[in-house]
Design a protein around this ligand. Structure first.
Ligand code: BTN
Length: 345
């Protein structure tokens, strides 16, 4: 009987991993014996899974006589709680919501699912993938997106679009506005968007969007909308990030409900895309201007190895950046271009 406990198999460890994290989610000490009894495994098994939890980057403290606690409480993703945050009329558009424990990247996963033929949504519907952890999270311009376990939002939504290549530019902008709406609904204010699709708080990056497209570029394509939102970032994990950053827990001084936020994000992206289908980007131009972080500001435009200083003058009707140099305004289309606030204009 006892040896069975010690021979806890991989899948058995996995099956108590989440219940164990959930029990530790309150940030209080729990004794190994008590946890073992509650989860019907031995103390040794609990100890083994605690090491696994530590390996995920969660800080488990153990004190003799007191037991184990998580240094920072964790709220795991839960599809039922996420669905509760989505109104019924939008929920009908959600074909599937998948929560992955650990994956290289939710965008790459979505791409593989499409290429394997079973990740293509029905017309007008969405497939949604969320992960607790990404081991190779992708940012724009080939950068890494730091994605530790259980701390932030890593979310990918897939839907079909006709003539997708023509529309991605605009969609990328409105997804940024959808994130602002989702965050404002949770009481966060002073948010801005930075062309093409960063979400900022007080000029620090709070969220980013990575749009990918596959399929028949001239016909029906699959749009892969990847969203990352910082909720609880450790400075040591972010030391390679060149841009100033922030996270929701820092902004609010509270622990953010990741399920509520994920549900709000999914709902607002669905809502914004449906508005986009009806009104096009035109319907978002005022909203963009209201939240535009760089409007009329001196900025540096970086494209590959080249960089140029100028003034940001908002966006065109097609979503291009209006960039003014020496009194001449040009339209800059997305792709490999990034903007920084100018330091030495
Ligand atoms: C950016 O550089 O601003 C874009 C960041 C996008 C990150 C998200 S996290 C979920 C999805 N999966 C990825 O690998 N990247 C996107």
């Amino acid at each position: 009987m006892l040896s069975g406990f010690f021979l806890l198999k991989e899948h058995e460890m996995a099956s108590i991993l989440h219940p164990l994290i959930n029990k530790l989610a309150d940030g209080q000490y729990h004794s190994g014996t008590q946890l073992g009894m509650e989860l019907n495994v031995s103390r040794a098994a609990i100890c083994k899974v605690m090491k696994q939890i530590n390996g995920l980057g969660l800080d488990v403290h153990s004190v003799r006589g007191k037991g184990y606690k998580l240094q920072d409480p964790v709220l795991l993703l839960d599809s039922e709680k996420i669905a509760v945050a989505i109104p019924l009329d939008r929920l009908g558009k959600l074909q599937e919501l998948v929560i992955l424990d650990s994956i290289d990247s939710t965008n790459s996963y979505a791409m593989r699912e499409i290429q394997a033929g079973h990740g293509i949504p029905e017309p007008g519907k969405y497939l949604v993938y969320l992960a607790e952890q990404q081991t190779r999270g992708k940012g724009r311009r080939g950068r890494e997106w730091v994605s530790p376990f259980g701390q932030n939002i890593y979310l990918t939504m897939v839907r079909n679009v006709d003539n997708g290549a023509m529309k991605t530019e605009g969609i990328s902008l409105i997804v940024g506005l959808a994130l602002v709406r989702a965050l404002e609904a949770l009481g966060i204010s002073s948010l801005k968007v930075k062309w093409p699709n960063d979400v900022l708080f007080d000029n620090m990056k709070l969220g980013g969007i990575l749009l990918e497209i596959t399929g028949d570029i001239g016909g029906v394509c699959q749009l892969i909308i990847g969203v990352g939102i910082n909720i609880h970032c450790q400075p040591e994990q972010m030391q390679n990030i060149s841009q100033p950053w922030t996270d929701l827990n820092r902004i609010t001084g509270k622990n953010t409900d990741r399920n509520l936020l994920a549900g709000n994000v999914v709902m607002n992206i669905m809502q914004a895309l449906s508005e986009f289908e009806t009104h096009g980007l035109q319907g978002f131009l005022d909203e963009w201007q209201q939240y535009d972080a760089i409007f009329d500001k001196d900025v540096e435009l970086i494209s590959g190895d080249n960089s140029q200083f100028g003034k940001a003058r908002g966006i065109s009707k097609s979503g291009a950046l209006l960039f003014e140099v020496d009194g001449i305004t040009q339209e800059v289309q997305g792709g490999e271009i990034s903007l920084r606030r100018a330091v030495n204009p």
